[in-house]
Ligand binder design. Structure first.
Ligand code: 5AD
Length: 344
């Protein structure tokens, strides 16, 4: 096993069957988690970077079969934050020690380039020492360029699955698997720090699909990689599929850390929703980012990608001290820093 883990470190060519062996049994878990933790400490020490997540809108023009905010979900009450509300979130976040703001929404046409660029400009004027991360879905190259020119630093866009047939099982026909990949190339090319990723245990996903996701990430070489378990949502066509597996998600975090030593890898809200200690376990398996929720409390439950989303406990930005205690208990340290990628 030691041998396997050593081969995995920063290596592009661990054969598929060996990757499969690591992922499909729990016999290597402790070694794998420990090795990933060593690598993470080599590159990032014990630092845990925090990002203030602001869910600016739950409108979405897409209809992804797994997602609770899909446009076909008529049960959901929709909201959109105003510029004033978003700026108030940033102000509060800054006071709490956040130096990255992540603005995330469904694919909402209301947030045109003009609206977003104005917002980015004002945030950068008020908080010049902060990084801005956007997660607004698929847009044109010109649009990404405008957002970058306005001052946005990073962009998160999960590819969801690298396998075309699997992509078609998760998305309606008007969504093409290549669009995301093309968007990710634009984003990299423009100069964003780019994040991608996928769900673990999404409906119909096979271990082979996961290997394809890892290979796709090797091609893309993203700065951030977000993975979390699939969690079913009652008002979606995929409501009856089982949730993703905790142990597999943790193993994958470790494998990602070994393969992408420099990556910023969050212990996601979905992981914290699946298991109450999910995020600490994620940190111990190699993750080094947490993204507490800075959205106004009244909208947090409405940004429901899946059922039972945690919203007001330690994952909430205002509970920073409690979060710090938890992170410390896992053996790490929350830091107030932009937390840019370290590519050295
Ligand atoms: N369970 C887990 N993650 C989900 N996402 C969307 N719906 C779900 C779900 N039901 C993830 C997708 C998306 C990200 C913002 O949230 O991967 O890219």
């Amino acid at each position: 096993m030691e041998n396997l883990v050593e081969q995995l470190y920063g290596n592009r060519n661990l054969p598929n069957n060996q990757l499969k062996a690591l992922l499909s049994t729990n016999s290597y878990d402790q070694d794998l988690f420990a090795a990933a933790d060593t690598i993470r400490q080599r590159h990032y020490g014990r630092d845990v970077y925090i990002r203030g997540l602001i869910e600016i809108s739950n409108y979405c023009q897409h209809d992804c079969y797994y997602c609770g905010i899909r446009c076909g979900n008529g049960e959901l009450e929709r909201y959109r934050l105003t510029q004033e509300e978003i700026l108030a979130c940033c102000k509060e976040g800054y006071r709490l020690g956040f130096r990255t703001f992540v603005m995330q929404s469904g694919d909402d046409p209301y947030f045109t380039d003009d609206v977003m660029c104005e917002l980015i400009t004002v945030i950068k004027r008020e908080h010049g020492d902060c990084a801005i991360t956007l997660s607004l879905g698929e847009r044109s190259r010109g649009s990404y360029q405008a957002l970058f020119n306005a001052g946005a630093d990073r962009y998160l866009l999960r590819h969801e699955t690298a396998n075309c047939a699997h992509y078609a099982q998760l998305h309606p026909k008007d969504m093409q698997p290549d669009t995301r990949k093309k968007c990710l190339c634009y984003l990299k090319d423009i100069g964003f720090q780019v994040g991608s990723g996928f769900m673990v245990g999404s409906p119909y996903q096979t271990l082979e699909n996961i290997i394809e996701d890892l290979r796709f990430l090797q091609e893309l070489q993203p700065d951030m990689i977000g993975i979390g378990p699939f969690l079913s949502h009652k008002d979606t066509p995929m409501c009856d599929f089982p949730n993703g597996d905790l142990a597999l998600t943790l193993r994958l975090i470790s494998v990602l850390r070994m393969m992408f030593p420099h990556a910023l890898i969050p212990a996601t809200t979905a992981l914290g929703t699946l298991d109450r200690n999910g995020r600490e376990l994620g940190l111990r398996a190699g993750a080094n980012v947490v993204m507490p929720n800075l959205s106004p409390r009244r909208v947090r439950k409405q940004y429901a990608l899946y059922d039972n989303k945690i919203a007001t406990g330690e994952e909430a930005a205002e509970s920073r001290t409690r979060l710090e205690t938890r992170v410390k208990s896992a053996g790490y340290e929350v830091v107030t820093a932009r937390g840019d990628v370290r590519r050295v």
